[in-house]
Design a protein around this ligand. Structure first.
Ligand code: F6R
Length: 608
């Protein structure tokens, strides 16, 4: 949550910062601001609302002179979104400007202390304490002041600091908040996400917790918290700037939905070698693997729902008990987890605070950890014993789509891989499943192409205030994600229920013209789901069925339908979610919602 950027070089900083903020806006979008040093003075522009307001205010930065600065796009934690609470925040003497992502947990204590010393606070933010703290510890050396201030802060944060002590330096501080340095020629940058850097450079340094960096136009030095230089590990970004742009689509979400045949392929194909699933750096030995008696999947939101699909598939193929745990609950539950547990951690961003905390808790108890992550170099990827990247490329829309399907792809591959190593699958089935998985990009494409009328259909149903999703087994796992997609971007109340649970309470809500989305692709339980469809129809509900395209029976019962191509049954969720993503997208569009920037949400939830 919150995007931060920093730049120091030989050209005007403000346009570079604003361009970076536009690319980071999906991380938070309730206000935006920049601070640029020009000689001994800091010029600040900040405004409530989108980055485009800031761009308008400053004529794309042209009005703000100076060649080094910091910028911020905010997702409010402390203090309402307004011009004053927007970052950057300045020290009273105007020497420091600060941008910040995360939470300073001891800010109240620091604020009291600094107020007693005579510092005047103008905002309600926790961030402002950092600016005053820097001023209070400054004794002629900005680097020492950063180090001293850093030692006083508690919490999880990434901070960008601009100082006008004449030395042309900006600073970046990381403690459990994503921060990446970009190395240019005669100019250097930092940002909370690679997507703000790739248009300038592909050479990056992923900072670690407890480090701070000093950037000049010519050089970047990384220090540990004691101020000792540490080795710089330079990585190369593998994707191009076009991957983080809309490419002609009206919204990033639609572009990312359409990309899924390609992203699924990019996740799966390189990992099938001569008909065998191979994972890079998978370090569990056979002995360790056979010692595992329980798999726990932990994640938040859609990543957790991908885990729900994974649970069915892993249990089916590996005959091993699997539980899916919400990270926000697991972290506080004193979980029964030990060295015989394999913990699978799923996260697109790799920076979700609850997921990181749950993972740390389970690691302390001896669990082996395997992370399924999209963002290379993210905190979760570094904490895990083993990492499988989803290689989905940058996901910009707040609502995940390709992130989710590539997570399911990895879970499916993992299930096949583990089943072989555990000896729970025969050779013929193994080869069949690998072949089918390789064929899924074509099935996803077909799922995209099949429902030509989906825009019209979504529009006609967009007036509903609440929508129920029902399904059984794998279909239920998909319901969870389908309902979340709809509610987060269209603000329509949508909830998923296991169809068999309907009679145990929820059916009381169903009335004349209620909309029930019935997912009915899981054939072993098809007749049971049909009975549930009859039950809700008997109470006046309208049914939108999601069914296999060759299933004639359902079309006679449903009022409306979305079709899914026939796939290997355990992979059907991958095709099933596609029309549901499109449905959510077009309902939200029909209702005039800001699809890529849904209210109250942000892409990466780096605070608890
Ligand atoms: C929903 C969505 C969220 C994320 C969740 C976890 O569309 O995107 O529910 O899935 O916040 O995020 P990651 O995967 O980054 O840990």
């Amino acid at each position: 949550m919150c995007g931060i950027v920093g730049f120091t070089g030989g050209r005007q900083a403000a346009p570079v910062l604003i361009d970076g903020l536009k690319r980071l806006e999906y991380r938070g979008y309730d206000s935006a601001g920049i601070a640029v040093a020009d000689g001994g003075k800091i010029g600040v522009a900040k405004v409530k609302g989108y980055v485009k307001n800031l761009a308008e205010l400053t004529h794309d930065g042209a009005d703000i002179p100076g060649t080094m600065g910091v910028g911020h796009t905010r997702w409010a934690t402390h203090g309402v979104p307004n011009d004053i609470n927007a970052h950057p925040h300045l020290s009273c003497d105007g020497r420091f400007a600060v941008v910040h992502n995360g939470i300073i947990e001891n800010y109240a204590q620091l604020r009291e202390e600094l107020t007693r010393q005579g510092y005047e606070f103008v905002s309600e933010t926790d961030t402002e304490v950092i600016a005053h703290l820097l001023e209070s510890v400054y004794a002629g050396d900005a680097k020492k002041a950063v180090m001293k201030a850093f030692s006083r802060l508690k919490g999880s944060y990434a901070i960008g600091i601009l100082c006008t002590d004449g030395s042309g330096r900006i600073f970046a501080v990381r403690e459990a908040g994503p921060l990446i340095i970009g190395l240019g020629v005669g100019e250097n940058y930092f940002a909370s996400d690679v997507s703000a850097l790739v248009q300038h450079t592909k050479n990056v340094i992923y900072m670690e917790d407890g480090q701070f960096a000093e950037l000049t136009p010519e050089d970047v030095t990384i220090f540990d918290s004691f101020g000792r230089p540490v080795e710089r590990k330079v990585s190369r970004v593998t994707w191009d700037v076009e991957a983080a742009e809309k490419g002609g689509y009206e919204h990033f979400m639609l572009k990312e939905i359409m990309e899924q045949p390609a992203t699924f392929k990019a996740t799966v194909e390189p990992r099938v070698v001569d008909g065998e699933v191979v994972f890079e750096n998978f370090s569990l030995t056979d002995e360790e693997l056979h010692g595992i008696n329980h798999i726990v999947i932990t994640a938040c939101g859609s990543a957790g729902y991908a885990g729900q699909v994974g649970r069915y598939v892993i249990e089916e193929l590996c005959r091993m008990p699997v539980s899916v745990e919400l990270a926000s609950e697991l972290r506080y539950r004193n979980p029964i987890i030990g060295e015989h547990t394999l913990l699978i951690v799923i996260s697109q961003s790799g920076e979700t605070a609850d997921t990181i905390a749950a993972m740390r808790e389970c690691k302390l108890r001896g669990a082996r950890t395997l992370a399924i992550v999209n963002v290379v170099g993210s905190t979760i990827s570094k904490l895990a014993d083993n990492v499988i990247y989803t290689w989905a490329g940058p996901e910009i829309a707040v609502a995940t789509t390709k992130g989710y399907t590539t997570q399911v792809a990895v879970l499916d591959m993992l299930a096949i891989y583990l089943a072989k190593r555990l000896g729970t699958i025969d050779g013929a089935r193994y080869s069949h499943l690998v072949e089918e998985l390789l064929g899924m990009p074509a099935k996803i494409q077909r799922a995209l192409d099949l429902n030509k009328n989906i825009e019209e259909l979504a529009e006609s149903l967009s007036y509903h205030n609440d929508i129920y999703f029902i399904g059984r087994n794998l279909d239920y796992a998909v319901c969870l994600e389908g309902a979340l997609k709809l509610k987060e971007i269209s603000y329509i109340f949508a909830e998923a229920y296991a169809a068999g649970e309907l009679k145990h309470g929820t059916i009381a809500l169903v009335e004349e013209d209620s909309l029930v989305v019935a997912i009915a692709c899981y054939e072993p339980l098809f007749e049971k789901t049909m009975s549930n469809i009859e039950e809700v129809k008997a109470r006046g509900a309208k049914v939108l069925a999601v069914a296999l395209e060759d299933n004639k029976k359902i079309f006679t019962k449903a009022d409306e339908y979305l079709m899914v191509p026939r796939c290997e049954p355990i992979f059907t969720p991958i095709a099933e979610i596609i029309p549901l993503q499109l449905f959510a997208y077009y309902v939200a569009r029909a209702n005039g919602c800001d699809i890529d920037k849904p209210k109250n949400l942000a892409k990466s939830v780096t605070v608890e």
